[in-house]
Design a protein around this ligand. Structure first.
Ligand code: APR
Length: 251
């Protein structure tokens, strides 16, 4: 771990700044939830990549909904890692907003444990939600087994996971709040995302265009690295606890 980069990043976080944290699957990787791209990424299996596209819901509902059901079952077996808990404690040191592309609720669990309550916006939805393709009702219920192709009790429509699929609009409220936070941010932290998927990947650019300093925490260079003022190369679950300790010790 590059301690010099950690110290440089910590200097930006010292005076209780407005911080937008843009989170990707790399933050949950150490909790056992695979990333989408890169080594071990789910998309290395091209069939899986099709399951994140709205068109597949019609072409192969059984394959797609069974895959999402497997991920919903896995969601009940994973726990936040040291990176989630450290980010929650960091959020207590300033005015933090978290815009996450992750569809797990591990950041919420970590914040609850640390008794910290930053705004968390799921710009790609939540895997624990189920949505009706007919009446659009959203139910938060991990007991619904999507692999049985269940239908809506109110209108008989097909139920699907409450996540955003390629080809769909992002949730308006989540993106509007995240964009506002980007415009008001003094600092934007970009953690564990390849920065390849828009419009979520535009948030750090918006923050920079409004004068924010950008800190990236990632195992490798990304599509956003050129925007960054500080790049801390390495594992977020190891870097964030050190960064949080340096910031909180200095307060
Ligand atoms: N610590 C830090 N970074 C990590 C770690 C780790 N332990 N493990 C992986 N990474 C980094 C990888 O280097 C990569 O840059 O996390 C990133 C994961 O990239 P993706 O798999 O593309 O995930 P993400 O950026 O969240 O994908 C965005 O794409 O398919 C859609 O909707 C899906 O929300 C997802 C979106």
């Amino acid at each position: 771990m590059n301690l010099h980069a950690v110290r440089r990043a910590s200097t930006y976080l010292m005076d209780r700044p407005n911080v937008l944290v843009c989170v990707g699957s790399g933050l949950s990787a150490e909790s056992g939830i695979p990333t989408f791209r890169g080594s071990g990424g789910m998309f290395n299996d091209s069939r899986i990549a099709t399951y994140t596209d709205i068109e597949t819901l019609k072409k192969d509902p059984q394959g797609m909904l069974s895959w999402y059901q497997e991920r919903r079952v896995q969601l009940q077996q994973v726990r936040p890692n040291a990176g989630h808990f450290a980010l929650a404690r960091l959020a207590a040191t300033g005015n933090y907003t978290i815009a996450t592309q992750n569809v797990d609720n591990l950041m919420e669990v970590a914040c609850q444990t640390e008794n910290v309550h930053p705004d968390i916006h799921h710009v790609h939805g939540l895997l624990s939600d189920v949505k009706c393709t007919g009446c659009q009702t959203v139910i938060s219920d991990l007991n619904i087994d999507l692999s049985t192709l269940p239908s809506c009790e109110s209108c008989g429509g097909q139920l699907r996971p409450g996540v955003i699929l390629f080809g769909e609009e992002l949730p308006h409220d989540a993106m509007e709040a995240s964009t506002l936070a980007a415009q008001q941010a003094d600092i934007c932290m970009v953690i564990g995302t390849s920065g390849l998927v828009y419009p979520a990947a535009s948030l750090p650019e918006i923050a920079r265009n409004h004068g924010a300093k950008i800190i990236e925490i990632n195992l490798e260079l990304t599509a956003l690295s050129d925007l960054c003022d500080v790049i801390v190369r390495g594992n977020a679950s190891m870097i964030l606890p050190v960064l949080e300790r340096v910031v909180t010790d200095a307060l």
